[in-house]
Design a protein around this ligand. Structure first.
Ligand code: PLP
Length: 379
């Protein structure tokens, strides 16, 4: 199935036909108790090997061009299980500092307790990652595009750096989704997703995924059995249904985000737009090189009151999270970056006038009309 296009893989990869009815969709197998006679390892939800878990895993492995995928009950379960599978006492890891808040918090709260040292790299330059590598560095962890300014890290260069230094390269690919970026093709070892975002795509599933090689997959699976962050059959079936439209949704979100970015960049009440698909974006050349599409996420700075602006929006909703079919907006200084001092925030380019938009699949003219009206009504 790997030679098929993404849009076809979304529909077909992994699905199983019910032998009794030959219905069109994978049946839901809710059993938590399976026969153990004459099987190598019996099926059990926390072993990550029940039929519906296998179906979504196979689809995700196909979409990321990996050999093995493990589906978790949240993005953080995928991230923490992977880190603790790959790291042990005495090891060192290198992390991008500009990470999803939950990942940043997990690292700073949990790793030292287990005797794992780490370095946070402040900028996105590969030379800074190289400087942070130590003889005992076992993992390098990046997230690109980053939140909320959509900065990019050179994925190929990080993968190469890891190969030269015997470290496992790990990427959080949530913002791009497998439709817009396939890091395994660029040399990355482990690809992680918060499936709560684009994979689920309807703001109603919490899940996570790790995609990797057979060998690393077995290692992560062993730890996953111990930590227990598995997803149940009903949620796996819902995720499978969502993944069937992933390419359709993301392609529409890419197109909407590009047009909304161009609209905002030309608007008199907007001072700055951050979107990798704009030629003015500092990493546009790198985005063209390593991404297949520029994504549905963008951020922009406005010249009017951000609270009034958000309240004046009629269709676009203020909401945490991202990646849904409905467009949502957040103020990073009031949400994801609220715990960082104003001074620190402004140093990295996150002002109180910055807003992050997760573009949905609506008609783009309805989106620009809503934005335009709200920009004009705020003072
Ligand atoms: C949401 C998110 C996570 C965490 O995922 P959960 O499903 O909330 O556990 C990790 N990384 C990124 C980039 C995210 O947006």
């Amino acid at each position: 199935m790997n030679s098929k296009s993404k849009i076809t893989q979304c529909v077909h990869s992994g699905s199983i036909i019910d032998p009794i009815t030959r219905g069109a969709v994978t049946p839901i197998y809710p059993s938590t108790a399976y026969d153990y006679i004459d099987v190598e390892r019996f099926a059990y939800p926390r072993y990550f090997n029940t039929p519906n878990q296998r179906v979504v895993s196979e689809k995700m492995a196909a979409l990321e061009n990996g050999e093995r995928a493990i589906v978790f009950s949240s993005g953080m379960a995928a991230i923490s299980t992977t880190l603790f599978a790959l790291l042990k006492q005495g090891d060192h890891a290198v992390f991008q500092n500009d990470l999803y808040g939950g990942t940043h918090h997990a690292i700073t709260q949990e790793l030292k307790k287990s005797g794992i040292a780490y370095t946070l790299v402040d900028d996105m330059d590969v030379s800074s990652y190289e400087k942070a590598i130590q003889p005992n560095t076992k993992v390098v962890f990046i997230e690109t595009p980053s939140n909320p300014l959509l900065k990019l890290v050179d994925i190929r260069a990080i993968a190469e750096l890891c190969k030269d230094n015997g470290a496992v390269s790990v990427i959080d690919n949530t913002f791009a989704s497998p439709i817009n970026q396939n890091p395994i093709d660029l040399g990355i070892d482990v690809v992680l997703h918060s499936g709560t975002k684009y994979l689920g795509g309807h703001s109603d599933i919490c899940c996570g995924v790790a995609v990797t090689s057979e060998k690393l997959g077995e290692k992560i699976n062993e730890s996953a059995i111990n930590f227990g962050g598995s997803l149940n059959a009903q949620m796996c079936a819902l995720l499978e249904r969502s993944l069937k439209t992933l390419a359709l949704r993301v392609n529409q979100q890419n197109s909407n985000a590009q047009q909304v970015s161009e609209f905002l960049a030309a608007h008199e009440k907007v001072s700055k737009v951050y979107y990798p698909g704009l030629e003015t974006h500092e990493d546009h050349a790198l985005a063209k090189d390593q991404m297949l599409g520029f994504g549905g996420m963008l951020s922009f700075e406005i010249k009017t009151d951000p609270d009034q602006f958000v309240k004046a929006l009629e269709m676009i909703k203020p909401a945490m999270s991202l990646g849904g079919i409905e467009s949502t907006i957040t103020s990073p200084t009031q949400t994801s970056h609220s715990k960082i001092s104003k001074e620190e925030r402004e140093k990295v380019g996150i002002s109180d006038f910055l807003l992050r938009l997760s573009t949905g699949i609506e008609d783009v003219h309805d989106l620009t009309r809503d934005l335009d009206k709200a920009l004009r009504s705020a003072r």
